[in-house]
Ligand binder design. Structure first.
Ligand code: SAM
Length: 203
């Protein structure tokens, strides 16, 4: 689907939704004052540019590690011929918002889209990104600006599970593992500012 159509659906899906308040409430409820759950969201055009740099191909599986209200998961699904687009999120209240958006997408938008979008799977999982099985994933995104060094180290190790050729997009941080070949550095515009974003390929 072209960018203007994808953006139109994205904006209609998210028009009255803010993840910031829910993230704050969930952090208080769960006693998670740590830096890793600092919230922030992608902007659609800039995210699509990053995805394009990771060369998605038909049937690819995408995952957003730390998916918030699901904006990157939806924008990836709308813009590229993925077979599956997933998000995993630690704060369940944000996962609930993403699943509510999915229910709206399934009832109001998906039925009017081409066949490829009817078949495409979209899923939001509650959980810790360090426990997610990544062996079947082709493209990983992490908006990791506020991920602390320990989480970045765990993420680097986790990405060794990827199959050779899989691509990784990491915004706001860099990874240091021999399992990943550096491909490019880009700038991601987000709703809070800009982040240097590294793109890698699993060797
Ligand atoms: C900067 S936000 C990005 C939200 C979304 N990916 C976007 O770009 O619009 C980072 C998200 O990662 C989540 N997060 C932090 N640590 C996590 C972990 N260990 N497992 C899963 N999610 C995590 C946070 O709760 C937060 O929602």
């Amino acid at each position: 689907m072209d960018l203007s159509q994808a953006k139109d659906i994205f904006q209609r899906l998210y028009q009255d939704l803010s993840g910031y308040e829910t993230a704050q409430r969930e952090k208080e409820r769960l006693g998670r004052g740590d830096q890793s759950t600092t919230y922030g969201e992608i902007l659609p055009e800039s995210f699509v540019e990053l995805m394009a740099a990771a060369s998605p191909t038909e049937g690819d599986v995408f995952i957003d590690l730390g998916s918030g209200t699901g904006k990157a998961t939806f924008m990836a699904a709308l813009s590229f011929p993925l077979s599956k687009s997933m998000g995993v999120e630690l704060l369940p209240g944000l996962g609930d918002l993403a699943r509510e958006r999915l229910a709206v997408y399934d009832s109001e938008f998906r039925p009017h889209l081409p066949e490829q979008h009817q078949r495409q799977r979209i899923e939001f999982i509650d959980g810790d990104l360090t426990e997610q099985d990544l062996s079947g994933v082709d493209i990983v995104f992490a908006h990791a600006t506020c991920f602390p060094p320990e989480l970045i180290a765990q993420l680097g190790k986790k990405l060794e599970e990827l199959k050779p050729g899989a691509r990784v997009i990491v915004a706001g941080n860099t990874l240091n593992t021999p399992a990943l070949k550096f491909l490019a550095m880009k700038i991601m515009r987000a709703d809070w500012g800009t982040a240097l974003t590294a793109i890698y390929q699993r060797t």
